[in-house]
Design a protein around this ligand. Sequence first.
Ligand code: GLU
Length: 473
Amino acid sequence: MVRVRFAPAPTGALHIGGARTALFNWLYAKHFGGKFILRIEDTDIVRSTNKWVKTILEELKWLGLDWDEGPYFQSDRLDIYKRYAERLVKEGKAYYCYCSREDLEKHRRKMQRLKRRSVYSGTCRELTPSQRKHYESQGRKPTVRFKIQHPGTTVVSDLIRGTSSFDNSILGDFIIIKSTGTPTYNFAVVVDDYEMGITHVIRGEDHISNTPRQILIYKALSVDPPKFAHLPLILGQDRTPLSKRHGEISITHYIENGYLPEALVNYLSLLGWGLTSSPQILSREELIKDFTLERVSKASAVFDIEKLLWINSEYIKRMDISRMTDICITYLKKVGLVEFNVKNSWFKEVIKLYKDRLKTISQIAEFASFFFEKEVNYSKEAINILNKEGTSQVLKKVKERFVEQEDFDVFSVEKTVRSLALELGIKAAKIIHPLRAALTGRTISPGIFDVVSLLGKERVINRIERALNLLKG
Ligand code: GLU
């Protein structure tokens, strides 16, 4: 059975790259009816915090990437790593190293001067029991180093990148347990992936250089390594690895700024994966059905916010209006435009006007504010329209008609405006533009007849009067 895992370090927020890794693992598990395991790699006690653990879990849930097992915490498993390390020492595949930081640094600098690769010199490789005793009596706390067998090469087979070989001599005897007793990443990951029965390790390409070391540890433990699949890098528009310099990369940002989880999942799935004649909008079910590692590309993916916005807008268009209203309310509340859950039919009608207009749900607060504000804020462009010659005549006339009018449904409003235009011998646009400016304070809004009808007679008349006063002044 397929068993995959997502193994974030809780030293920061979940970001685009991490979320993509989580998603690909999740899709792979779902596609094969396997298990998706969550493991928190928190052995860096200084930088790992509960706050980040909480954020990561919440955001995975928000994305709908539910896990079947875990979260396991590496910090709860220190004894396990120690046990494995001791076994390797006993079998002569690892050894205690008492070199001090200063000794190691000296060696590193010497190698640098000689322009040689700086790998561990092997000082402690063959210590006698009495040498060890001597160091112990000095109170030195040893690290445990993995013994690399020389000469030799390590072959890495990757489901996405094919096969590559690494010369073992460039690896050097590396540390598997630090002097503090905590394991290094490479060691903990192997012990855990083995103990947790992981069949496929799917992770970012930035980890490829760790893989030979991990394979050597599997060999030393006499167990078969899992299959590896390294996902292509995600780059920014300037083709350098995606980072904060390129803008917002934390999932928190996308949650807070009106992106829908299904849109983000859809977009993330396209970062390095896709169908050949691919439709870009793919439901979660379609993704699960079609996701395979063979379709993951070797080439780097480029993060494109415009594409993400487009996908998000497509999901907004297809969204159930009741859910859209709920989410819109949270954004309108945030900026103080509404105070309570006004989920009546009027409110829904307002939200409906924006279904095809929003790229992010949070834009509702900006685009629809005039429906909720007491006083209209006029933009410069709107004032320019109001100041055009003849505008006040037109506005006065249309106000008179609205005062007389009883039905304020969209159809009646449109009829009034169009027949007034006919009477005055002008184009309807000559009424619509100033009317929009007067009622919304802007030059762009949803259809004006909808706006008039939804604002209602009283507000429409008040706003026209206020605009007329403004013109006088
Ligand atoms: N903790 C590692 C990371 O966050 C996991 C790498 C792996 O999947 O092996 O990058």
